[in-house]
Design a protein around this ligand. Structure first.
Ligand SMILES: [Zn+2]
Length: 559
């Protein structure tokens, strides 16, 4: 096809046509480089993509970060960083025989993506790709326009012809490898330095302005395409591995247990005054007989990873997202044992943990009666007594998934009456706030959690005669608040700082657990992790199952 086109062009221009030797320079004035290395071709292409195919991206970026002296460095680093990311991706798919076809294909895809993003402000995501594949001829004709032809001509065809015609100089395998290694090293260094130097910007860019990323071209459209294909390939029904089918409450356990598990959000161990924090962040809990553990580590540094992991039978070392999805979890085991399980959620959702138990969304005023600028965690306690009264027999486990200290808009996480530490950062753009203001807002949110847990304990106390009651509070992960220039969480575990891994964890035990309470007080400095949670809950509910490992049960183990 291209050959025919070239032949046509050359004949028109009066050249003697030879299918193998194209007169360089004559076709395009900018084709002055006659023979270039693969590395150079990759870099030139990456620069082209950033300059010509990312107008929609930069237009939206500038809306959020207007061109100003303060933002200049970040904007420049973004352009250079994006070039590096694209170069990096190209290096990995550019063997001698694939580089040209891949570049040409990518140029065409990006030119079309550019057209739709610039003119319709769409995002080329998985759904869009799905739609494209489902489009029939008539719909395609409707989308066709002269402008589209121009996009494909100038951003797709012309640069593709250049790529096609340019003579790539291949060195020995060794020198090719070394030159690629250089591209990889330089790209990685550029990305790393950009992120380090402008860390506050990148934190808000990556967290708060996710949709911006979706407009990078061709990265996001190719990513969506890959995801689409991948999903199509593995779209068979995933089989769920059942575990703990032997679980049961022994006949000897005639007492009824009522356990409330509160899953905290991004709450750091060292921000609880119970654990020695210099500020009074636990004025209410300190009056209660709670036991705060000071040495507990999370399974991951994000909700998405930590939450399913803490409810799974697997420890951090053997856990994987796939195992989490395909194996039953703690709640399923409790279900097998006949425990009544309820999950109330005021965070994003249960990340798949509560798929097979009763689940209630408390992020909406429809269910949550305590909402002002957002729905409050304490709203999850409303009507809970009626729910408990409605269960006339057996044990009850209630999970309350908090909004807690969800960043970066910490200032939104508590009602105004909890604004004790001032001034506070009043925006989700952390780069606009001092560290002090960010930390103040974070601590106020802890103060609100203190109040929420205090109220939860109050509810359990009301039921202490009828039930054996206990509360476990456990955060999903920690949070960086400017230490080492880092903010929020989600750093890969192996390199994540302690602030993101050492989590707030505490117990409140009702009167029937007196003996346990004494034992537990000796364990406040013992090393624990999310892995202990599974066995601790089984122990508290006195569930009999071969899965139970007493050594990992924080409350019942003798160590
Ligand atoms: Zn989280």
């Amino acid at each position: 096809m291209l050959d025919l086109f070239m032949e046509y062009v050359y004949k028109k221009k009066g050249h003697d046509f030879s299918p193998y030797i194209y007169p360089q320079n004559s076709l395009f004035p900018f084709q002055s480089v006659k023979r270039i290395t693969t590395a150079r071709l990759i870099v030139i292409s990456a620069v082209f993509f950033v300059l010509f195919d990312n107008l929609a991206f930069f237009r939206d970026v500038i809306e959020v970060y207007p061109v100003s002296w303060d933002n200049m460095g970040f904007l420049a680093s973004l352009a250079v960083g994006l070039t590096s990311v694209i170069a990096l991706l190209l290096v990995f798919v550019s063997s001698k025989y694939t580089i040209k076809p891949i570049l040409i294909l990518t140029l065409f895809v990006s030119s079309i993506a550019s057209y739709f993003m610039n003119n319709y402000r769409v995002i080329i995501d998985q759904t869009m790709i799905q739609n494209i594949f489902a489009t029939d001829v008539k719909e395609a004709v409707d989308l066709f326009s002269f402008k589209l032809v121009l996009y494909v001509l100038f951003l797709g065809l012309l640069p593709s012809l250049w790529v096609y015609g340019v003579e790539v100089r291949y060195g020995t395998t060794k020198s090719e490898f070394i030159s690629r290694l250089k591209v990889v090293a330089i790209s990685l260094a550029v990305i790393l330095f950009s992120v380090l130097i402008f860390s506050k910007f990148y934190t808000s860019f990556l967290r708060e302005h996710k949709p911006l990323r979706y407009r990078t071209n061709p990265t996001y459209s190719l990513y969506s395409m890959g995801k689409y294909i991948n999903n199509r390939l593995k779209n068979q029904n995933i089989e769920l591995k059942q575990i703990g089918e032997d679980a049961k409450i022994p006949a000897t356990d005639t007492d009824r247990e009522l356990i409330i598990v509160v899953i905290g959000e991004a709450a750091r161990m060292d921000r609880f005054s119970l654990n020695g924090y210099r500020r009074e962040t636990n004025p209410l809990l300190k009056e209660e007989d709670v036991i705060s553990l000071r040495n507990v580590r999370s399974c991951g540094t994000s909700t998405k990873l930590s939450l399913p992991c803490m409810f799974s039978i697997y420890g951090r070392d053997s856990y994987s997202e796939k195992k989490g999805k395909t194996t039953e979890n703690l709640l399923d085991v409790l279900r097998h044992a006949g425990v009544d399980v309820l999950w109330r959620d005021n965070n994003s959702d249960s990340k798949g943990v509560a798929l097979r138990v009763q689940y209630e969304n408390y992020k909406t005023p429809k269910t949550n009666p305590i909402c002002d600028e957002e729905c409050r965690d304490e709203g999850m306690l409303e009507g809970l007594q009626e729910y408990i009264d409605g269960q006339t027999q057996g044990d009850i486990l209630i999970v309350l998934h908090q909004m807690g200290n969800h960043g970066p808009a910490y200032y939104k996480r508590y009602p105004k009456s909890f604004e004790k530490f001032k001034p506070t950062c009043q925006t989700n753009q952390l780069n606009e706030c001092s560290n002090e203001a960010i930390n103040n807002a974070y601590d106020n949110a802890i103060l609100y959690t203190d109040y929420f847990l205090y109220k939860t304990i109050g509810l359990l106390k009301q039921n202490d005669g009828k039930f054996e009651t206990a509360m476990i509070y456990l955060s999903d992960h920690g949070e960086s608040l400017g230490e080492k220039g880092l903010y929020l969480h989600g750093i890969p575990y192996s390199i994540a700082p302690d602030e993101q891994k050492r989590i707030a964890a505490l117990f409140w035990l009702g009167d029937s657990f007196k003996a346990h309470k004494k034992l537990l007080k000796d364990k406040v400095n013992t090393e624990y992790s999310h892995e202990n949670f599974f066995h601790t809950v089984l122990g508290l509910l006195e569930v009999n199952t071969s899965l139970y490992d007493k050594k990992k049960d924080i409350v019942n183990s003798n160590e």
